[in-house]
Design a protein around this ligand. Structure first.
Ligand code: TPP
Ligand code: DXP
Ligand code: MG
Length: 617
């Protein structure tokens, strides 16, 4: 039997029979399990779209026809079917293949994605561009039921449905976001899924397709006939029909045959089509079927037992945050937690178990989460909104207008701040200090270790306005900082220079001081703690003690802590050197590799400081 790397995909799919395609789906699942068990990656979502991806590449003429994968974490099978099986050895590794669609990686990847709920907008825009140019090809957006909880998807449905342009929205409905999906739309989809009509549709589909005389006009009239005889399906999908889409389904997303038949039909429709496909997250791998959330994004695991190698016992910042919040909520009944489809990732699972009524998971809806929290704060509560740094970018305006403008006491627990590693450029949380740093009334804190995170959370909940606490992905440092949160913390004064480090960069700063000491330099270290407001008196005092201030932050330099500090003492003769991420998008790789490549590891920083001082001498 041929290996997946030996096929000429997608061309080879065109000659394969349904039976061969069924066999191929087994082969692809084996390949995914075997490879992801070594590299880690998004397993469960990909196992769920094996047949759908095969059918799409069988029916559509890619890359002329365009496929847009929402989020893109489920694009692995698409990658296999477009000649990239060989890339899986280095999936998400430094210099290796990305875990998301990348235009620069393949002509079959139509758009760089990573953040949810964008696919329908992208497809609608592509369709408008195609129509304006008078071109003819198919465009399909493949969106999950989780991604369909995001507001942008509805703005796009509203616009695309009314436009009457030819495009296909395929809903990959598995009832799951990372965790079980939530909300009213999810309940509506559940109703469609569990309806008897699902099986009836399958029977009618077979019967009607058999009656279709050929292609072109025949297909269209056959399809019209089918739709007429499937009035119930139209009724069931009424919400999408009312928005201007022709609704088809729901169909079995694990039947290659049904998928191919239906796609052949809907691709002939000259209007917006909404095709509802039912799949199972984790399909074909027992551990992932039983606990899809655990295999949504997984590290390496034993493929035979399903046992994940990383024990998950490390004390992450997320866990420290969740544990402390639960503890504070015991005595403060005004504390409520707000999340956006990432309760587990942000450490709120324990809080939800203890305080289900005080936990609000709004779905993949970060902008709504923030304004919802603003509403709760206006109603007298103390909302704590836990969102990853990269996803909070979505809610810039809501933080500014709905929270800061009214100085509402909302606490933002910003997880995954700084570089995150394997997810890469769409997911690094390296902009929050810049996008929050200019917001009036906002306090921004960054803990250097787990104790500081706890103290900062306690402190934030005493403030009368908004406060953001940002901390990185992964294991929490244990530096034993117990001092109360009042301003910056001078660890050590320095004669030759003083380093002002933000959050996780305090650990780096300690290393840099040691390395410089070996070269005979007396470097001091200040744990900034407050990114906003700046601790002006302490900064001025530091500038008075030394001729050089060095700032370290796990954030883009542009508009970050260091630039603000430099501006705050621009009249002083002290020189300021800023270290942070350069003004560009940073690729995927391990955090260690990225810090090294961009000169942000202790050795590179010490070297640059040394060279700078040498040059000045
Ligand atoms: C704006 C944004 N918020 C959160 C996420 C994190 N996230 C990635 S995939 C996912 C679940 C998506 O569910 P669904 O679209 O149904 O796809 P499935 O994994 O079920 O195939 C979430 C919440 C994201 N990528 N983008
Ligand atoms: C695809 C996506 O956006 C999430 O699944 C993300 O990969 C989760 O990252 P963490 O592993 O940091 O929770
Ligand atoms: Mg889903």
């Amino acid at each position: 039997m041929k290996k997946l790397v030996e096929y000429d995909f997608p061309r080879d799919l065109k000659d394969m029979s349904i039976k061969e395609l069924d066999l191929l789906s087994y082969e692809i699942r084996d390949f995914l399990i075997s490879n992801i068990s070594k590299t880690g990656g998004h397993l469960a979502s990909n196992l769920g779209v094996v047949e759908l991806s095969i059918a799409l590449h069988k029916v559509f003429d890619t890359p002329k026809d365009k496929l847009v994968w929402d989020v893109g974490h489920q694009s692995y099978v698409h990658k296999i079917l477009t000649g990239r099986a060989g890339g899986f050895e280095n999936l998400r590794k430094f210099g290796g293949m990305s875990g998301f669609p990348k235009v620069k990686e393949s002509e079959y990847d139509t758009f760089d994605t990573g953040h949810s709920s964008t696919s329908i907008s992208i497809a609608a825009g592509m369709a408008a561009a195609r129509d304006l140019r008078g071109e003819h090809y198919n465009i399909a957006a493949i969106i999950g039921d989780g991604a369909l909880t995001g507001g942008l998807a509805y703005e796009a449905l509203n616009n695309a449905g009314a436009s009457k342009t030819k495009m296909i929205v395929i809903l990959n409905d598995n009832g799951m976001s990372i965790a079980p999906n939530t909300g009213g739309v999810s309940r509506y989809l559940e109703k469609l899924r569990s309806s008897q009509k699902y099986t009836e549709f399958k029977q009618k589909l077979k019967k009607n397709v058999a009656e279709i005389p050929g292609i072109g006009k025949g297909v269209v009239s056959g399809m019209q006939h089918m739709r007429d005889s499937l009035k119930y399906a139209v009724l069931d999908g009424i919400m999408f029909e009312e928005l201007g889409f022709k609704y088809f389904g729901p169909i079995d997303g694990h039947s290659v045959e049904d998928l191919i038949r239906t796609l052949e039909l809907v691709k002939e429709v000259d209007e917006p089509v909404f095709l509802h496909v039912i799949t199972q997250k984790g399909k074909g791998y027992r551990s992932a079927e039983e606990t899809p959330s655990k295999y949504h994004g997984t590290g390496p695991f034993d493929p035979t037992t399903g046992k994940q190698h990383s024990s998950g016992t490390e004390l992450s910042y997320s866990k420290v945050f969740g544990r402390k919040l639960s503890q504070l909520a015991r005595t403060n009944s005004e504390i409520v937690a707000v999340g956006a489809a990432m309760l587990e990732g942000t450490g709120l699972k324990e809080f939800k178990q203890k305080y289900p009524k005080r936990t609000f998971d709004v779905g993949i809806a970060e902008a709504h989460a923030v304004t919802f929290a603003a509403g709760m704060a206006a109603g007298g509560f103390r909302p704590v909104v836990a969102i990853y740094s990269t996803f909070l970018q979505r809610a810039y305006d809501q933080i500014m207008e709905d929270v800061c403008l009214q100085k509402l006491p909302v606490v933002f627990a910003i997880d995954r701040a700084g570089i995150v590693g394997a997810d890469g450029e769409t997911h690094h949380g390296m902009f929050d200090l810049s996008y929050l740093g200019h917001m009036p009334n906002m306090t921004i804190l960054a803990p250097a270790d787990s104790n500081e995170l706890e103290s900062m959370l306690e402190y934030a909940l005493t403030l009368e306005g908004p406060c953001a606490i940002r901390y990185p992905r992964g294991e929490a440092a244990q530096l034993d900082f117990y001092q109360p949160i009042a301003g910056s913390l001078v660890q050590k004064e320095g004669r030759d220079l003083e380093i002002w480090a933000v959050g996780n960069m305090v650990s780096t700063g300690l290393e840099v001081c040691k390395l410089l000491e070996k070269r005979g330099l007396d470097a001091g270290l200040v744990n900034a703690r407050f990114v906003r407001p700046l601790d002006q008196p302490a900064i001025e005092a530091s500038a008075g003690r030394t001729g050089l201030i060095v700032t370290l932050e796990d954030n883009v330099v542009t508009g970050g802590f260091g630039e603000n500090l430099a501006a705050a003492i621009m009249e002083s003769p002290v020189k300021v050197l800023n270290f942070g991420w350069p003004d560009c998008f940073i690729e995927h790789g391990s955090c260690g590799q990225l810090f090294e490549k961009y000169g942000l590891d202790p050795e590179s920083i010490a070297e640059r400081i040394w060279n700078y001082i040498e040059k000045q001498a």
